[in-house]
Design a protein around this ligand. Structure first.
Ligand SMILES: Nc1ncnc2c1ncn2[C@@H]1O[C@H](COP(=O)(O)OP(=O)(O)O)[C@@H](O)[C@H]1O
Ligand SMILES: CC(=O)OP(=O)(O)O
Ligand SMILES: [Mg+2]
Length: 356
């Protein structure tokens, strides 16, 4: 669990923490503990990350009973995330009933996608009646790095074609055009798209009934395997953490080498997909845990894209820290590392909603 406390509108960071490895039955106590530890500060607004906002939320909103009901209903599309997000809201509301609570949705930024991006080639009624479509996630992160990229490039975001690669424990790539999400790799749920720490990403749907047969399980059991036992973890058999897999690969562990190769090849192919979708790009952004820290992954993703104007400065890529260009000076496509800051966007949205 991550949190940041900001003073607004100065955007001064006052307190922050990243609590790792929290088990399901510890969520409530952990959230309670965080809020207790912040009681010394006078807090006015609490901004909550909510992963799935469906088509109902195109931007951030102040939480009321109807918003909570909608978040609960959307749990079927994000079972790993929305129930926890709702717990966070409810615990915070019980501790601070008089404060304004704001919900910021991962899906909101992607609501600008055209039907050619968000529809699945399924019977159309499934979309109309049941909301089966691509929603996309990590939108708050993609929105933040898009804004930073435009500033770094000194050009209005409305004039840019960008590919934003959010590579953390969850992985998604977004094609951004005119300052808006145009296409993105995750789907109706955050299981789709690229291979991740423990998630498979896209697979042939015909594999699912076969897994059910092999594992003597039901569909929910098979989906659990795709969510929790696949990706880097599943292929390497070592870890969902890229650092562990890389270390093992360097030691010659074959499955770790394969896991790494598959992970980066899938990333590379998706960048190619969005080069086509955007008719070429002005910038490529790397963000989140892996994107910000792994020069090796960035190099593998960009290699072979010189034909499209992507010229990585390998030396700068290896030695750079923080927000920086990693392409060569005259590279037609600018490649950037931009540390994401979803919490700052959440604070800005909350401030806007609470005070304007
Ligand atoms: N120095 C590093 N080199 C390679 N991978 C890293 C490094 N630091 C962090 N990571 C990867 O980043 C992942 C976490 O990314 P992060 O964006 O914090 O994810 P989340 O927000 O989903 O928890 C870790 O699982 C790890 O694999
Ligand atoms: C939506 C999603 O995949 O989020 P995370 O990467 O934080 O798991
Ligand atoms: Mg994340």
């Amino acid at each position: 669990m991550k949190y940041k406390l900001y003073e607004m509108p100065s955007k001064t960071l006052i307190a922050h923490d990243y609590l790792e490895q929290i088990q399901r039955d510890q969520y409530e106590d952990t959230i309670r503990g965080v809020f207790e530890s912040l009681k010394q500060y006078s807090i006015d607004i609490v901004s909550h990350r909510v992963v799935h906002g469906g088509e109902a939320f195109k931007q951030s909103v102040i939480v009321n009973d109807q918003v909570k009901e909608e978040i609960r209903n959307l749990s079927r599309f994000a079972p790993l995330h929305n129930p926890i997000n709702l717990t966070g809201i409810e615990v915070a509301q019980s501790l601070f009933p008089d404060l304004i609570h704001v919900a910021v949705f991962d899906t909101a930024f992607h609501q600008t996608m055209p039907p050619s991006s968000y529809l699945y080639a399924l019977p159309y009624e499934y979309y109309e009646q049941y909301g089966i479509r691509k929603y996309g996630f990590h939108g708050t992160s993609h929105r933040y790095v898009m804004g930073r990229a435009a500033e770094m490039m000194g050009r209005p975001k409305e004039q840019l074609r960008l590919i934003s690669c959010h590579i953390g424990s969850g992985v998604s790539i977004t094609a951004i055009r005119n300052g808006e999400s145009y296409d993105t790799s995750m789907g109706m749920t955050p299981l789709a798209g690229l291979s991740m720490g423990t998630r498979s990403g896209n697979i042939d749907p015909g594999i699912i009934p076969y897994i059910e047969e092999i594992e003597k399980t039901d569909t929910a059991g098979a989906i659990k395997i795709l969510n929790n036992k696949s990706g880097l973890m599943g292929v390497s058999g070592v870890s969902n953490d890229l650092r562990d897999v890389m270390k093992k690969a360097e030691e010659g562990h074959l499955r770790s080498k394969l896991a790494l190769e598959l992970f980066t090849t899938i990333l590379h192919k998706h960048v190619g997909l969005y080069l086509a979708r955007l008719n070429g790009v002005d910038g490529i952004i790397f963000t989140a845990g892996v994107g910000e820290n792994s020069a090796a992954v960035r190099e593998l993703v960009c290699s072979g894209l010189e034909f499209a104007g992507v010229n990585l400065d390998r030396e700068v890529n290896r030695t750079s820290k923080g927000e920086t260009f990693i392409s060569t000076k005259y590279s037609p496509v600018k490649v950037m590392v931009i540390p994401t800051n979803e919490e700052l966007v959440m604070a800005m949205d909350a401030f806007e909603l609470g005070y304007n």
